[in-house]
Design a protein around this ligand. Sequence first.
Ligand code: CU
Length: 549
Amino acid sequence: MHNKLLYYRLIPVVFVLIALAIWLQPAFFERATGINLPAGQQPQLTQTLKIDKPCIAEHPEWRTAQTIDGVEIAESLLCEPDNPDNVAAFVLGMNNISMRTFMNSRIAEDALIKGDDLDGDGDPDIIHIKLEVLELNGATPDSPGVFPTYDIAPGIQPGMWAFSPKLRGMSVKNFRSQKANAILRAPSPVIRVEQGDKVFITLENTHYFPHTLHFHGVDHAFQTAAGDDNDGVPVTGSKPVMPGSIRTYELQPRHAGTMLYHCHVQTDKHLMMGLNGMFVVEENKPNNWLQTFNVGAGHVRHSSVAIKEKFDREYDLHYQSIDKNLAKTIQDSNDIREISKQMHRVYNMSESNENYFMLNGHSFPYTLRDALIIAKPDENIKLRIANTQHSNIAVHIHGHKATITDYDGVAQNPAAQITRDVYGLSAAQRIDLHLQTTNDGLHSYGEGVWLFHDHVEMGVANDGMSPGGNIALLVYESFLGEHGLPKLRADALDDVFTNSYYAKQRPLWGKQEAGMLAPDYLHIILFGLLIGAIMGLVLFIIRGLRQEA
Ligand SMILES: [Cu+2]
C-alpha cells in the first residue's frame, strides 16, 4: 500500500516533465527566437511585404535644366528631383509668377511675397514668408493607418512635424493616394534671404499644439518694431503661437552665413519631431534673386550670385534624427489631450534614444533618390551641413578631403581653414565645406561612387538595421545611370529596397526567414532526453502500480 502512494505521487512529476518538453519543443523554440520587433515598429508588421523600385522616375521632365518665367533652373540628375515650377515660384515670389507656374505648384498665393527693391540693385528687398505646421504619419480618425504617409525608408513611417511654406489644396498627392504631396515632407525647408533684406515671417499655426519660431544664429532684434516677441522663447517673450492663431516675426540680418530656425516650445520634443530647418543669409549682391525655399534641402537649383561666382554646385545637407517612441505618441491616439499627456508627461526625454537618422528627410536607401552629391572632375562644390540631432555627427566623405570655410555661419580666416575628411558637428552646429573634385590625391582620389555618411555608427542604421540611416553617395556623372541612380552591381539594392528587410524579417545574406537560421542542438538534445525520461517514468509507474495490484 505504501509503495502504491509513491507511484501516484510520481504522476504530477510526469506532467511537469511534459510541460518542460512542450517548452523545449524545437519548433516552438525556433519561433521564439524569431527577432521580436520593438514596440515602435509594430505597424510595419501588418503591412504586405513589398519590394520597392529603387527609382520610381515619376517626373523625368523635372530633371532637365530649364527656364520658367525667366528663372534659370539648373539641371538635377537625381531620381527624385524637386518640382522646377516650385523653384521658379520660390525665386520670384507668388506675386511675380505666371498662372501656369502657379497652377503647377501647390503653394498658397500668399506663401511668399517679394516687394520693393530698397537699395536699387535689381532684386527685391522686402520679403514676406508664411509658414504653417504640418503633420506626417499622424493618427487619423478616418482609418486605422497614419495620414498623410511619408516613408523615410521602405515601410518606415514615424510620426513627424514640419514647417512648410503655406500650401494650397490637398496635403496628399491625389484623390486616390494617402501619400503626402511632394512639398509636404521632412525636413522643414531651407530658407534663404539676402543680407539687409527686410524679412517678415508669419507663422500660421495650423496645428493642435502651440509653437513658435526661433531664428538660431540669425541677426534679429529681441522684440519687433511694435514690441512683440521676436525671439520665439515663451519664457522670455510672449506666450507661444496658439493653435489657430498667427504671429509675424521681423528680421533684417546684417551678417551672411548658414544658420537655423526651429520651434522653441518644449524644444526637446518639438525640435526632435522635426520643427527645425536651415536658414541661410546670402551676401548682398546686385540682381540677387534667391531661391527662398529649398524644400527637403539637397541640391540648390538656383544659387545666389555670390555662390555662382565661386562654385559650380551647391548642396544643403540637413542631418536629423527620430526617437521612435516620441514619434509614436502622435500615432497612438486622435485625442489631443491624450497626445499631450503622452508626449509631455509620460514620455521622458532623458530616457530617449535616437532610432532613425535622416539626411534631407530620408534614410538609406531612399537617400539614393534625392540626397546624392553629383559631381564632375575639377569642380568646386559648396556644401552647407547642419546637425539638428541630439547627438554629435562625424560626417565622413570617402575619397575626398574638403575644406571647412565657415563655422556656425562665420567665415574662418582663410589661413586657418582646415582641410580634413571627417567633419564633427555638435547639436545645432553648422559648417560650410568647399569640396574640390581635383584628382590630386588630396582633395579627390578620382571619379567613382564614393560613400558619405556619419561615422558615429548608430547613424548609419534604421533602428539598428544597417545599412540605413544617413548613408548617401558622392557620385561622379560618369558613374551615374539613366534614372539618376549610381551604376552599382545589378543586385546591390535588392535586399534593402524592401520593407521586410527593415521590419527585421529578412537577413542580409540569403532569402530565408530571419527566425529559422539554424537548429538549436542543445535544446533538441534536452528535448529528446526529456521525452525519454517521461516515457521511462510512465512505464515505471504503470509497472509499479500493476505489481502493487
Ligand atoms: Cu513647437
